[in-house]
Design a protein around this ligand. Structure first.
Ligand code: SAH
Ligand code: SF4
Length: 431
């Protein structure tokens, strides 16, 4: 979501006549777009700002602004704490960037964090001149779920869906400028409701999938309590919708899930996975997991390991619980020490590596449809791209393949990627 916001800010800057600078020292404006979902991310903002102090002394006219979730959370406090900062711009006021820069040029220092503004995306569609082969579109902002550990509802505000007409228009412009794969973003896409006609996310997926020259559509994040049969049907039945679902479980233990306010049990989660796998057997599944949530006993953590093994995820993001301002969990008893958290995280990551490797090995011999991105980072004469399930695939090929859809027969499964060779459509169908 921050990447999406950053791309929009870059467009606004371009409209003002700014272009990308080669180095920080060359830049007239430096913006830090920030995340506050874990404490570490917030620390990074302050250390990056500290490092910019010297630059500001050397080049006092450089405008430095902080945007995004830390800006939203800290507001004016940040201006007081960081004297060389020109402005603080919260998540709901992105469209005021030009105004903030003009004021900074006049020497004004401002913090803008009110949520009363209509959101940027409700006002005007902003699309980069040269978007990538893959692009993001935010379909809804904010979140109403209030999971007890999570700061998102406080820094992104209440849940709000964008109109489907606007989303489709944005997809059309992107596709017209070369984008072939679109990732639809929301904190909980399953509670999307078109504000004009009231239909849900599955219908939106179909509409975006029907846009000319959009070959692939992905989405994240699905909330296990809300994932609907219609969504499962869309993944199963709409060819442009990829067979990949990010369905964060967070924990495998019912008590912890309840303390997290997630709204589902382990059994209910597993039932959703079963329904999904039944309709889409090849589906690639992802999850987020938190270790060391307050009160997490060793047995509870073992249940998390157990559910990871049982589901067999293709993609995992694992985090150590981190106290966040304003959240309920911050005041809960039973905080887990850092050493235990680190050990549990390591155990989980080890298990993930093992499972990811075996999931990828199981794909050896299969033929995958790959959207080629360009030359592989490693290996001369190799190109890389993504399979429908989101797996990275490397295979021998030239740069002219970039931007095309090809069929690749897999001959090696690594922990983080697949390796294969390009085959003709007919050859691919045989396997
Ligand atoms: N809306 C998405 C997730 C958004 S935040 C969902 O509900 O799944 C991305 C991930 O960060 C979360 O899934 C969670 O695993 C992690 N996270 C959020 N708050 C956290 C905290 N306080 N400590 C550690 N991890 C956290
Ligand atoms: Fe945070 Fe929960 Fe909302 Fe996800 S669903 S953004 S974890 S409050």
């Amino acid at each position: 979501m921050n990447e999406y916001d950053s791309a929009r800010m870059a467009c606004l800057l371009e409209e003002m006549g700014y272009g990308p600078a080669a180095t920080q020292l060359d830049a007239d404006v430096i913006l830090l777009n920030t995340c506050s979902v874990r404490e570490l991310a917030e620390h990074k903002v302050y250390s990056a700002l500290g490092a910019l102090r010297k630059l500001k002394l050397r080049k006092p006219k450089t405008i430095i602004g902080v945007c995004g979730c830390v800006a939203q959370q800290e507001g004016k406090r940040m201006l007081r704490r960081v004297p060389h900062l020109n402005f603080v711009l919260g998540t709901a006021a992105l469209d005021r960037l030009p105004e903030m820069i003009m004021d900074a040029r006049q020497g004004l220092r401002r913090a803008e964090t009110a949520f009363k503004q209509p959101l940027l995306q409700d006002r005007r569609i902003i699309v980069p001149e040269k978007p990538g082969l893959q692009a993001h579109i935010t379909v809804m902002t904010g979140c109403d779920n209030f999971c007890s550990y999570c700061v998102v509802p406080y820094v992104r505000g209440r849940e709000k869906s964008r109109s489907a007409a606007e989303i489709v228009a944005e997809a059309e412009i992107l596709a017209g400028r070369g984008t072939r794969e679109i990732m639809l973003l929301g904190q909980n896409v399953d509670s999307y409701r078109d504000p004009d006609q009231g239909f849900g996310f599955a219908r939106l997926l179909e509409k975006v999938a029907a846009v000319d020259s959009v070959w692939r559509v992905r989405f994240m994040t699905s909330h296990p309590k809300d994932m609907s049969p219609e969504l499962v049907e869309a993944v199963a039945g709409v060819p442009e919708v990829m067979e990949q679902v990010h369905l964060p479980v967070q924990s495998g233990n019912d008590e912890i899930l309840s303390a997290m306010n997630r709204g589902y049990t382990r059994a209910a989660y597993l039932a959703k996975v079963e329904a999904l796998r039944k309709a889409v057997p090849e589906v690639s599944l992802g999850s987020d997991l938190i270790v060391g949530f307050p009160g997490e006993r060793e047995e509870a953590f073992r249940e998390t390991l157990g559910i990871v093994r049982e589901v067999g995820y293709d993609m995992l993001f694992c985090f150590m619980y981190s106290d966040r301002p304003l959240t309920k969990a911050r005041n809960m008893d039973g905080k887990i020490d850092d050493e235990t958290k680190a050990r549990r995280l390591q155990e989980l990551l080890d298990l993930y590596r093992e499972i990811a490797a075996s999931r990828n090995k199981a794909l050896v011999g299969s033929t995958q449809e790959v959207l080629v991105e360009g030359p592989a980072k490693k290996g001369a004469g190799m190109v890389s791209g993504r399979a429908r399930g989101g797996q990275a695939v490397n295979f021998p090929g030239g740069p002219e393949l970039a931007g095309s859809l090809v069929r690749v027969k897999i001959n090696k499964g690594r922990t983080n990627s697949l390796v294969g060779r390009q085959v003709s459509a007919a050859e691919g169908d045989e396997s």
